[in-house]
Ligand binder design. Structure first.
Ligand SMILES: Cc1cc2nc3c(=O)[nH]c(=O)nc-3n(C[C@H](O)[C@H](O)[C@H](O)COP(=O)(O)OP(=O)(O)OC[C@H]3O[C@@H](n4cnc5c(N)ncnc54)[C@H](O)[C@@H]3O)c2cc1C
Length: 421
């Protein structure tokens, strides 16, 4: 097998990934398919088009089906391959995770099986910095898929400008007292533990924030309204904190580490775009190829028309671009430590390249997938229509594409300024 190298990093999958994907493939058939059939019988929508409850949240039976997949994946050791081996996870590198994520998104498509691999509700690199007590109470159950988390950083008035947030925590003995209002939080309705970023030292710049683990049912926590986005999944909402008491053992890392930890979480999400966009992109391309062979115009399949062939070729080019960028950049990042604190100074540019190239390539893929199908591509409830909305969404959360370009330009200009003229 030929191997591609970037620096010293190998970007081919390897045995560990082959073993994982074989097991995940069996898991989809043996565990997920019966749960998906059971869900279909309950008339509450599907994992990707859930009916919403009266408050606009994902229907509880759809959420419970996802939870069951998470728990079973946790038991099977499939849920958290990205988490460090030292804390009980799979210890996979980012390159290995690209291959895992691409496989899962391509094979599961929009199905319930996607829940088998931890997403924003699962364990993440930042929470690994928690205290020994919190490790037992939160991290181990997160890795096992027994509980879920939400990352609460954004506020109604503050998104990109993270350091301008107003949610704050003040010391009270060894405890902390939290007050504030968060918005646009994925899994705010259902999370068991909230990973909240708050100001602890106003005016201290990148040391002004800290990260806390907050029990979602602690006194003073209120789950606010659902925020109905174009995703239509009933998973995004608000959180309010009024004099919430947090024990010292629930501080993640040290006081003042919050900005670095928040960026660690966000960078993890940015890097996950690689496998997600290449995987879903490949899935859409396969569906488009099938459609182009079946659908006829002027007495022949539309796949014989050059205009349609170019749509397909552009999709292939975009998927290839998304995958290659992700693999090369993540191989370089594996060598640097993708979640090190402090982060290698060349890392932010690479992370932002992964996100912006994948977000934009996948948006074009999703757009072309709609176009290949004509009117049926616009049909509400079709996979193409849903993924077009998902693709449009991806360019905003975890840092907008404009914010990624800022980071890329900052990295370029810094490196250039350091070179002799
Ligand atoms: C579906 C969904 C799920 C989300 N999940 C979470 C979550 O789980 N946890 C969480 O904490 N947050 C979450 N968010 C929030 C998300 O991270 C923010 O929406 C995002 O960071 C952008 O912030 P904003 O919406 O406030 O836009 P703003 O920051 O107000 O930006 C508005 C516009 O101005 C541009 N802009 C702003 N500042 C700059 C700048 N310095 N340079 C160039 N352009 C700039 C932006 O690119 C954008 O085009 C989620 C959002 C969505 C839509």
């Amino acid at each position: 097998m030929s191997m591609t190298r970037s620096g010293n990093a190998v970007i081919t999958p390897g045995n560990r990934v082959a073993d994982y994907t074989a097991r995940f493939g069996r898991f989809l058939g043996d565990d997920v398919a019966p749960l998906e059939e059971e869900l279909a019988r309950q008339d509450v929508g599907s994992a990707w088009q859930p009916r919403l409850d009266e408050a606009g949240r994902m229907h509880p039976l759809v959420w419970e089906a996802r939870r069951e997949v998470q728990r079973r994946a946790g038991k099977a050791g499939l849920y958290a391959p990205h988490t460090s081996a030292e804390v009980g996870g799979g210890g996979f590198s980012r390159v290995e995770m690209h291959h895992v994520e691409e496989f899962v998104y391509r094979r599961a498509g929009l199905g319930l099986g996607l829940a088998g691999l931890a997403w924003t509700e699962g364990p993440n690199p930042a929470v690994e910095h928690c205290s020994p007590q919190a490790r037992e109470r939160y991290l181990a159950p997160l890795i096992a898929g027994e509980i879920t988390a939400a990352f609460a950083n954004t506020e109604p008035d503050v998104g990109s400008d993270v350091l301008a947030m107003s949610t704050h925590a003040r010391p009270d003995g060894s405890d902390w007292i939290l007050n504030g209002h968060k918005a646009w939080i994925t899994n705010s309705h259902f999370a068991d533990v909230l990973q909240v970023v708050a100001v602890t030292e106003p005016g201290a710049g990148t040391r002004s924030l800290s990260m806390f683990l907050v029990d979602a049912d602690a006194p003073g926590v209120r789950r606010g309204a659902d925020i109905p986005t174009m995703l239509g999944d009933g998973l995004t909402g608000e959180l309010e904190f009024t004099d919430v008491r947090i024990p010292a053992e629930n501080v993640v890392g040290e006081i003042g580490d919050g900005f670095g930890l928040a960026m660690m979480w966000i960078n993890w999400r940015r890097l996950c775009r690689g496998g997600m966009c290449a995987g879903w992109g490949s899935w859409l391309l396969e569906r488009s190829l099938r459609y182009a062979r079946d659908r006829r115009s002027g007495g022949r399949p539309i796949g014989e028309l050059q205009a349609v062939q170019h749509l397909l070729a552009n999709m292939d080019a975009d998927v290839y671009q998304a995958r290659s960028t992700s693999l090369v950049a993540q191989a370089e990042l594996d060598a640097m430590g993708p979640f090190a604190m402090p982060l290698h100074r060349d890392a932010p540019r690479l992370i932002s390249l992964v996100k912006v190239i994948n977000d934009e390539a996948f948006f074009r893929v999703a757009d072309n997938a709609v176009q290949v199908r004509g009117a049926t591509g616009l049909l509400q409830g079709s996979p193409e229509e849903k993924l077009f909305r998902v693709a449009r969404n991806l360019r905003i959360p975890a840092g907008t594409v404009e914010i990624q370009r800022n980071a890329i330009a900052r990295g370029l200009l810094r490196a250039h300024a350091e070179e002799p003229r």
